[in-house]
Design a protein. Structure first.
Length: 116
């Protein structure tokens, strides 16, 4: 079941799904070369392309400001799990990219919870 189910009015759900797919493709490509000291050029190129697609999907996701409280909650939950301290995807420490979400969260919070 897609995270987008029932939330078609908030584009953040599609952006999260796009990033999940891009990240899964990158990890799959990375797994094909993980144990090779010198991966063949086609595998290395595929891994690089998948990495670039993940980065693009991540940046695209952070540019989408959640429009609903449910969308904001899903975005925060997804991103905190993605950069969480328990992440074990073989990429090492990724919490340094957690800052990317701050602006998006701030913009969504200002729109969804305006102060009087």
């Amino acid at each position: 079941m897609s995270i987008n189910s029932g939330h078609h009015h908030d584009p953040i759900f599609a952006a999260i799904d796009n990033h999940k797919a891009a990240n899964a493709a990158f990890l799959a490509a990375l797994n094909k070369t993980a144990w090779l000291s010198r991966p063949p050029s086609d595998l290395a190129a595929a891994t690089e392309a998948a990495s670039e697609a993940e980065v693009e999907a991540r940046h695209d996701m952070h540019e989408v400001v959640p429009q609903t409280i449910a969308g904001l909650a899903a975005y925060v939950a997804y991103w905190s799990a993605f950069v969480g301290p328990d992440l074990d995807d073989g990429l090492g420490e990724v919490s340094s990219i957690g800052w990317e979400a701050i602006s998006t969260i701030a913009q969504a919070s200002a729109a969804l919870f305006p102060t009087a």
